[in-house]
Design a protein around this ligand. Structure first.
Ligand SMILES: Nc1nc2c([nH]c(=O)n2[C@@H]2O[C@H](COP(=O)(O)OP(=O)(O)OP(=O)(O)O)[C@@H](O)[C@H]2O)c(=O)[nH]1
Length: 242
């Protein structure tokens, strides 16, 4: 029985993380009569034949919310086995859309801070993802070798690093408690996800980033100004060494 579940074909689903400048995110409440009714989720839905993740997302947002989105960037891909279906969720970030969401299918929608959602909770997977959205886009790696660690931590803060990882210690951010991992390849990013890391730094020397990673990934860079380009390629941001 368990084996049959693993082999169920996954339904491809696009989910949009539409972020406003104030940091609030568009979420909708699942309607009565559907599995997990009353739980909050990111807008989106199943792919139609031949559609890319972006196309599915753009169509769903038009149909459900009368919104026209511009570019969206790949972020995380997660497979979930629900009792009712096995789904592959393609989470994509979007900062660019036209209009205000209008519920076309009588679903409740709004822009919220995760901590200030009205009654109800996010789908379990979405709750985890929503926490990761808040990870900063610039991180710092501080190896023990290289002299005065404290001075380098101070320099990292000055440079705007929102997450600081000193070799041999736990990574620290404003919301500490994150666990991280260094990866040499996509396979190692998957391994980090399987080991419940919250994010992965990709080591220098790895070029390119596949679209399918399950945890936020930071790419090596020389300066914080490279963060936007990293985000466009599907990463959370960049890490700099101090
Ligand atoms: N749209 C959306 N679906 C999500 C999210 N997270 C998540 O687990 N899902 C799951 O992915 C599937 C999305 O399918 P859907 O929205 O097109 O379909 P549905 O189950 O609401 O019902 P339907 O088949 O009647 O359209 C559901 O099983 C839903 O529980 C999310 O953030 N957004």
């Amino acid at each position: 029985m368990a084996e049959q579940q693993v082999e169920r074909k996954a339904v491809e689903v696009a989910a949009g993380i539409l972020i406003r400048k104030d940091g609030t995110i568009l979420m909708g409440s699942r309607p009565e009569g559907k599995p997990y009714a009353g739980y909050w989720e990111f807008p989106g839905g199943k792919f139609e034949p031949g559609e890319t993740a972006h196309e599915a997302l753009a169509r769903e947002l038009r149909e459900e919310l009368d919104l026209d989105i511009g570019a969206s960037t790949p972020w995380l891909v997660k497979v979930i086995d629900y009792p009712h279906a096995r789904v592959r969720l393609h989470f994509r970030k979007c900062h660019d859309w036209k209009g205000e969401p209008r519920s076309m299918e009588h679903q409740q929608f709004g822009f919220y801070h995760r901590a200030r959602l009205p009654a109800g909770e996010l789908l379990p997977m979405d709750d985890l993802i929503a926490g990761w959205i808040e990870l900063p886009c610039v991180a710092a790696w501080i190896p023990q070798k290289g002299g005065d660690v404290e001075a380098r931590v101070a320099r990292a803060k000055e440079a705007g690093a929102g997450l600081i990882w000193v070799e041999g210690e736990k990574p620290v951010s404003s919301d500490s408690g994150w666990t991280g991992s260094f990866a040499r390849s996509e396979a190692e990013v998957k391994l980090a996800a399987a080991n419940h890391a919250d994010f992965s730094f990709i080591r220098k020397g790895v070029t390119g980033l596949g679209e399918e990673h399950e945890i936020p990934v930071y790419l090596p860079a020389e300066s914080a100004s490279e963060a936007a380009a990293a985000e466009e390629s599907g990463a959370q941001g960049v890490w700099l060494e101090f």
